[in-house]
Design a protein around this ligand. Structure first.
Ligand code: 4UU
Length: 537
């Protein structure tokens, strides 16, 4: 029943029957009630080590960790950070923090010390939980900062001078007298970062209500208790956090975690555990569709592949379906700022290339970015979103929040249209954000870094199209008059300062000046067009 529901004003409402979403349910009690439903079923297993937890284990262990947090003196509203690759214990932290009323902030585990320092300062967190491999990055970030005020570094495993996470799991549980319940629409459950439409990464305040809403809205996907899921996409990002990790629990499934993508391990984990549903991003779907290694593994248990975070081409969908014999290739669309899901393509899928229809309790409109006029079917404009999953705002950034959410509508910064059936198509990005393999790269962040180089007078960064990665960051640089700076110097400079996924893989071009508007805004469209022309020459 997914036909177009359009009001006179050009606002498209979800065609699903509205769900009753409770107003004041906290994530802790919400998730615990689901955990209790499935008791001794397996929940989460480390795909590398085989360490595993049942649903009951996750209840008892996360409540003990919550008690340990209380004993450490962390109070509702305090922020704790997780800086880690995927593992089952990541889930314990999310649930423990919620039960103790704390906010969890997360970041990419590939961050440099410099990037981490910015995040820790900006989120004002009081503790960080990390892995043995990443402790040195944490120490470097904290060591150089007077404003990072961490009370402790907790480590999965053991590391000198850090508190082992195992001591929290072994807590007697007495300090947690009840699971935190507060104001679900105000209290911030998680604080992932996103650069939004412009500027530097900002803390996205997602409330208990935002996340509970999106999990209820996601039930249109109908996962099954017998589904075995792969947890390879990072749990720090909203896709891995909500669509994978949390929604496993609301559906009673089990999950196998992997810390990173490594072709053979990825394929053998899929095959060995007879994984039924795989959440991926387009570059990984490209791998499944094209890589010769895939032939060597039995992937016949896979019944569904999910894709999100970046555009997925129709040809790729068809190729993957044919090669793996998978009937259901499901797309989801959304943003960190929308918890994240707004649209999903629910089977049977008739429109390849579409991100699907609006999930329950969600409305959208397409507006002309120049005139603000509301557009109709098949007309391309900016996609605006309304629903209980829309964020509370950006942390300490009232202007950026007011810019993003106007009259209750979230302006996505994406260009889209919908057809007569209410299926949406994302066609381009209006905002400056670059996506490398689905990861956010904020041009403003790279520009702010480059401009600190003594030989660089001005610069701009854009994304250029790439078949494998989706987009690659490319810099335009105006060098100082007497400088002899070369592309290699610029690349070495970014290598020393930012995470591998933010590197200028699209190259560096030296130009006499950066095109700017009268107000001093970089005219990225001109740079994009000039790159396109260069390719065509
Ligand atoms: C074209 O990437 C995300 C969210 C991913 C997601 C959402 C719903 C995955 C599964 C799901 O069901 O969040 P951010 O904040 O990192 O990036 C948001 C941006 C969007 O504004 C859009 O430009 O990522 C792009 N994007 C997509 N683009 C997200 N999903 C899609 C998509 N097609 N399916």
């Amino acid at each position: 029943t997914c036909c177009l529901q359009q009001t006179k004003a050009g606002i498209i409402e979800s065609a699903y029957k509205p769900l009753t979403i409770p107003d004041n349910v906290d994530f802790g009690s919400f998730i615990l009630s689901h955990l209790e439903q499935y008791k001794d079923r397996p929940l989460i297993e480390n795909g590398l080590t085989g360490v595993k937890y049942s649903y009951s284990d996750v209840i008892s262990k996360s409540l003990k960790v919550a008690s340990a947090f209380k004993k450490s003196g962390y109070k509702p509203g305090d922020v704790i950070a997780v800086f880690s690759t995927n593992n089952p214990e990541y889930l314990l932290v999310y649930i423990a923090a919620a039960a103790a009323g704390l906010t969890t902030t997360t970041m990419n585990s590939a961050y440099s010390a410099k990037e981490l320092k910015f995040h820790l300062e900006n989120s004002e967190c009081c503790a960080i939980i990390t892995t043995e491999e990443l402790v040195s990055t944490v120490k470097e970030a904290v060591g150089t900062s007077e404003t990072v005020k961490l009370k402790e570094i907790i480590v999965f495993g053991n590391s000198h001078g850090c508190r082992p996470f195992s001591t929290l799991v072994e807590d007697d549980g007495t300090a947690l007298t009840e699971v935190y319940s507060g104001n679900a629409k105000e209290d911030v459950l998680v604080l992932p970062y996103s650069s939004g439409t412009t500027g530097l990464p900002k803390g996205v305040m997602l409330t208990h209500h935002n996340i509970v809403s999106n999990l209820l809205q996601l039930t249109v996907l109908k996962l099954d208790t017998s589904d075995r899921i792969l947890g390879i996409l990072p749990f720090y990002h909203i896709y891995g956090m909500v669509c994978i990790l949390f929604s496993i629990i609301t559906n009673g499934c089990s999950i196998y975690t992997l810390p990173k993508f490594e072709p053979e391990i990825f394929l053998s984990t899929l095959s060995k555990n007879r994984i039924t549903c795989v959440h991926l991003v387009p570059p990984l779907i490209l791998f499944l569709a094209k890589h010769p290694l895939v032939e060597d593994y039995d992937l016949s248990a896979i019944r569904r592949i999910f894709s999100g975070a970046a555009p997925l081409g129709k040809e790729l969908v068809l190729k993957c379906k044919e090669r793996l014999g998978v009937q259901e290739m499901i797309q989801g669309y959304g943003l960190t700022e929308t918890s994240p899901v707004v649209h999903v393509s629910v089977p049977p899928i008739r429109h390849e290339g579409s991100v699907g229809t609006l999930i329950p309790n969600t409305a959208a409109k397409i507006i002309d970015p120049e005139t603000n006029e509301i557009l109709g079917p098949m007309q391309t404009g900016e996609l605006c979103i309304k629903g209980p999953q829309v964020m509370k705002g950006y942390l300490n950034r009232p202007e950026a929040t007011a810019d993003m959410i106007r009259d209750g509508w979230l302006y996505s910064g994406d260009l889209a249209h919908y057809d007569e059936d209410g299926h949406f198509y994302i066609t381009d990005r209006l905002k400056e954000l670059i996506k490398y393999k689905g990861f956010q790269v904020a041009p403003a962040e790279l520009e702010a870094l480059l401009i600190t180089h003594p030989d660089i007078k001005d610069c701009a960064v854009i994304g250029i199209p790439d078949e494998k990665a989706g987009e690659l960051p490319r810099a335009y640089v105006v060098s100082n008059d007497k400088s002899t700076i070369r592309e290699e110097d610029v690349l070495n400079f970014t290598k020393a300062n930012v995470a591998p996924y933010k590197q200028l893989r699209g190259g560096v071009e030296f130009v006499p000046e950066i095109p700017k508007s009268a107000a001093g805004k970089i005219l990225r469209r001109i740079l994009r067009d000039s790159y396109k022309n260069k390719l065509n020459d």
